[in-house]
Design a protein around this ligand. Structure first.
Ligand code: GCU
Length: 615
């Protein structure tokens, strides 16, 4: 794709023209002009706006990114030909995926142009950035007809500098969004979830001083001190006074940036600090200020570590009562529009309904609306990048893209107390190229964020020991992760009788905490079959959970699970006309929120675990 550009190592935005690759951490908390709302859109299946019929630059008749009022231009010159007009094109409310813009868009994959106008009054001496929460999959951005930046990856934010391109008054923004997946995209073209193309998270115009606080990582260190690592961006970033404030703790730490515009400091917290945990999700207003700029965030302070086969939260062993969740709101026609309300609705089914304290946000970085809600509600989080199934592990460009995506994910959410685990892969085949690829990502995680735990959702093999199956794995990644995680589907994707599942044993290291990152069975809500117990029935799913939980109880190093999956979700791979019809039905609730029989089975199990932990 001509529009795509490989992200420089660790930072994805690539610059065209005046664009600048800033991170703008906690941008969702910065004041700014929201560009959410009504946008025009125009599909471009043959990429006419990208290239002419011989691949040359597109002609005037097709340049959808032009800063032009086409109707007026045609009136002014009746001989002029234009084969698009963004201002008269259909409209849609963004953020949302285009799958729900119109019935004919339901299965569209490829290129769509978005356009809107907005008023701005850029102040002299200040800098202006467009911040996108996420665009799936590749985005190229024009402002007032000028190409200002591009980004690849559908689940992480990017900020594009538009200083000097913005004008006082009316401005025009055009975004070319390409959802086309391929062997070299991340994820690759075959997954088990819907490829929601579009501008799926908020867009905001943010103005900052010439030198501003670009990132500020604030946390509690393993020895209980408050630490800050900040980076200024701008010509006066070096040797600049900077300070951390936590007013509720009457805590102030002053310092000065180095020649590279960075500052690191630690301070002993005052007595009154309440540590963050699922039971006490205490958050504090935190600011980092330098010159005329302030980065504000809401941060919880907690420590997370492993000790032998235990996971320690604030020094105490914890059992992870979890569920896996896709980024899809409850409802019959989801469009991946996660708002504080839809995030709360999803997560409260897990926290209040299932007595859970842990959520696996699968298989890609979810919206920062979701991770902030997990912070606020008190849910521990597993966050991952979509290194999923058949990634082109031997392709250096794909590795660079994966490393950039990982860096963006960590940069965005490093201040989220809820996030305890970064995962670098899901169900990937073991081979040299894959191992090397994942080892690189594992090292990146430990370098970018040594304060959290590393994991990956691995596959297992099995063997027969004394007549019963035993789960085994010789995956070399086992030696690299802090938390071992296996996806297991005995009795669903295997022909095991459910009654035999509790006798399946696990051959795993004794000194490493283990979680079942997936287990589950499909059931069509309302399909009951207590007599013959067919797969896809609620009865089979419920019994599957009863027997699998018995197996889980026998695994000494098991410290948690995130069964697959909280809610039925869209998947183009699932086409059984009666039971699936385009949905993966492993939810414990249906897409509209109906509870299936298995919901109560797991809720009871977690209630007992919670009661044990509270003792
Ligand atoms: C896999 C995979 C999921 C998938 C699930 C299933 O383990 O990780 O993405 O949806 O199994 O088959 O339902």
């Amino acid at each position: 794709m001509p529009f795509r550009c490989l992200a420089a190592l660790l930072l994805a935005s690539c610059s065209l023209g005046t664009a600048h690759a800033a991170t703008l951490a906690a941008a969702d908390m910065r004041p700014g002009l929201s560009l959410d709302g009504t946008w025009h859109y125009s599909v471009d299946p043959y990429r006419d706006g990208e290239a002419g019929f011989h691949g040359e630059e597109p002609g005037r008749a097709s340049r959808r990114y032009a800063d032009l009022d086409v109707e007026a231009a045609m009136k002014a010159d009746p001989t002029a030909l234009y084969e698009y007009d963004m201002d008269q094109s259909p409209t849609a409310a963004l953020p949302s995926s285009w799958l729900t813009h119109a019935p004919e868009m339901r299965h569209y994959q490829g290129l769509v142009w978005y356009e809107r106008k907005f008023d701005a009054q850029p102040k002299t001496g200040m800098r202006q950035f467009l911040r996108f929460g996420a665009v799936n999959y590749a985005a190229t951005v024009w402002v007032n007809g000028k190409k200002v930046g591009a980004h690849e990856g559908g689940f992480t934010p990017f900020a594009i500098e538009v200083t000097g391109v913005l004008r006082a008054g009316e401005n025009r923004i055009v975004v070319a969004v390409d959802s086309q997946a391929s062997d070299t995209t991340i994820p690759p073209s075959v997954t088990d979830w819907e490829n929601y193309g579009g501008i799926t998270r908020s867009v905001k115009l943010i103005e900052v001083p010439a030198t501003f606080v670009d990132t500020a990582w604030v946390r509690l260190t393993a020895d209980g001190r408050v630490a800050v690592d900040a980076k200024l961006d701008g010509t006066n970033a070096a040797n600049r006074p900077v300070s951390l404030h936590i007013p509720e703790l009457r805590l102030t730490l002053n310092g000065k940036t180095g020649a590279d515009g960075r500052w690191s400091g630690t301070i002993a917290p005052p007595r009154g600090l309440v540590r963050w945990s699922p039971d006490t999700p205490r958050l504090y207003d935190v600011t980092v200020a330098a010159g005329g700029d302030t980065l504000a965030d809401r941060v919880g302070f907690r420590t997370i570590a492993v000790k032998g086969a235990q996971i320690l939260l604030n020094g105490k062993p914890i059992y992870l009562r979890g569920m896996s969740v896709h980024e899809e709101e409850i409802g019959a026609n989801p469009t991946r529009n996660i708002t504080p309300e839809t995030a709360h609705q999803l997560l409260s089914v897990l926290k209040d309904g299932l007595h859970g304290n842990f959520v696996r946000l699968a298989h890609y970085p979810h919206s920062d609306v979701m991770t902030r809600e997990a912070d606020r509600m008190g849910l521990l989080v597993w966050s991952e990048i979509p290194i999923y199934w058949r990634v082109a592990f031997d392709n250096p460009g794909v590795l660079a893209r994966a490393r950039a995506m990982l860096a963006e994910e960590i940069e965005r959410d490093r201040n989220r107390a809820s996030i305890i685990i970064w995962s670098v892969a899901n169900e990937t085949p073991t081979n040299d190229a894959r191992n090397k690829f994942l080892f690189t990502l594992a090292d990146d995680v430990h370098r970018l964020d040594p304060s959290r735990l590393l994991s990956a959702a691995l596959l297992t093999g099995r063997r027969t020991v004394d007549g019963h199956p035993e789960m085994v794995s010789d995956d070399p990644l086992i030696g690299r992760v802090d938390v071992l995680a296996f996806n297991t589907y005995n009795g669903w994707y295997t022909s095991d009788k459910l009654a035999d599942v509790p006798n399946i044993t696990w051959h795993v290291p004794a000194d490493k905490p283990l979680i079942f990152s997936e287990l589950g069975a499909d059931a069509k809500a309302g399909f009951r079959d207590p007599q013959t117990m067919r797969k896809e029935s609620e009865d089979y799913q419920a019994e599957y959970f009863r027997q699998t939980l018995k197996m889980a109880d026998k695994v000494p190093t098991l410290v948690g699970m995130s069964p697959w999956v909280l809610k039925d979700f869209r998947s183009p791979r699932r086409q059984h006309p009666v039971f699936e019809a385009g949905w993966n039905r492993k939810g414990l609730i249906s897409e509209t929120g109906e509870h299936k029989q298995a919901f109560a089975v797991l809720a009871d199990y977690y209630a007992k675990k919670a009661a044990e932990a509270a003792k």
